[in-house]
Design a protein around this ligand. Structure first.
Ligand SMILES: Nc1nc2c(ncn2[C@@H]2O[C@H](COP(=O)(O)OP(=O)(O)O)[C@@H](O)[C@H]2O)c(=O)[nH]1
Ligand SMILES: [Mg+2]
Length: 258
């Protein structure tokens, strides 16, 4: 396995129109990249499309789960399998082209500079959002600001799903008692890395609203996410801190990298 080997864990639920272009653009973006799709029995046949393609493409893998089980467990199922593959970088992104596959090398380059978690960020200089109206912008920025303040998160975009984790970050997370689901899972995974003293940084991305398919983020899910960020704060306060040995080297990298 090459030193730069990276895998993108791609959670999917009803992304039949997007999955082909996302995989094409990812495989094109970097020759050393593999893709692992985690599909939750999408009724629109996303899993079948991937299975067909994976049969003849060794760079593509598929985990099929029965029924929608949430984003958090999808990431962790992907990491658990990918950790057996000896990868160095473990990426996650949405499968709706909101996250440009061409930005993957920038995340990996920042990670290779010594970060354990690199976030593709909408809220640092150079970051942007295209295609969202004021309502969704305010909701996202509000949920993000609330989670940052409540959990004392240093990163500016704590709900972005476009990320690159190091091997030790992926190992930490699969062995953590991750409890949140939905948007708050992203917050929890970040908080767990920050609390373990891992080095976290951000690179700017331009987030583009999805063109095909529907967002799975409803107002109800967003409210539920805020509620679970609140309870996450108290649950984390009761948990013992991880040994400092994980990350004494780490804390420098909270800034943005271009
Ligand atoms: N496997 C799996 N994927 C999911 C689930 N919920 C959402 N996704 C995927 O997670 C990504 C983010 O969801 P999306 O609907 O784009 O949320 P938004 O970006 O907040 O609007 C997409 O690739 C979805 O297909 C789930 O329960 N299981
Ligand atoms: Mg999306």
């Amino acid at each position: 396995m090459q030193k730069s080997a990276a895998v993108v864990c791609l959670p999917t639920y009803n992304e039949a129109e997007n999955i082909g272009p996302v995989i094409d653009r990812l495989l094109e973006a970097l020759p050393s990249l593999d893709v692992l799709v985690v599909d939750d029995g999408s009724p629109d046949g996303t899993g079948d499309l991937v299975a067909e393609r994976a049969a003849s493409d060794p760079r593509l893998g598929l985990i099929r789960r029965s029924g929608r089980q949430g984003l958090g467990t999808a990431y962790l199922a992907g990491f658990r399998q990918a950790l057996e593959g000896g990868y160095v970088h473990f990426l996650t992104m949405d499968c709706d082209l909101s996250h440009a596959p061409e930005r993957v090398p920038a995340l990996i380059a920042a990670a290779a500079g010594g970060l354990d978690l690199v976030i593709g960020s909408r809220y640092v200089a150079g970051g942007a959002i295209e295609g969202w109206g004021p309502h969704r912008r305010v909701l996202s920025f509000g949920a993000n600001s609330f989670a940052r303040a409540w959990l004392r998160i240093e990163s500016h975009d704590c709900t972005s799903g476009f990320r690159c984790y190091s091997r030790r970050a992926a190992e930490l997370l699969v062995n953590s008692p991750v409890r949140a689901s939905g948007y708050s899972t992203l917050v929890e995974l970040l908080v767990r890395c920050q609390r373990a003293g891992l080095a976290v940084g951000e690179v700017p991305i331009t987030f583009v609203d999805r063109v095909h398919g529907k967002s799975k983020m409803s107002s109800r899910e967003m409210l539920e996410g805020v509620r679970s960020v609140v309870t996450l704060g108290s649950a984390l306060a009761r948990e013992p801190r991880l040994p400092a040995s994980i990350g004494e080297e780490g804390r420098a990298g909270a800034g943005a990298i271009r």
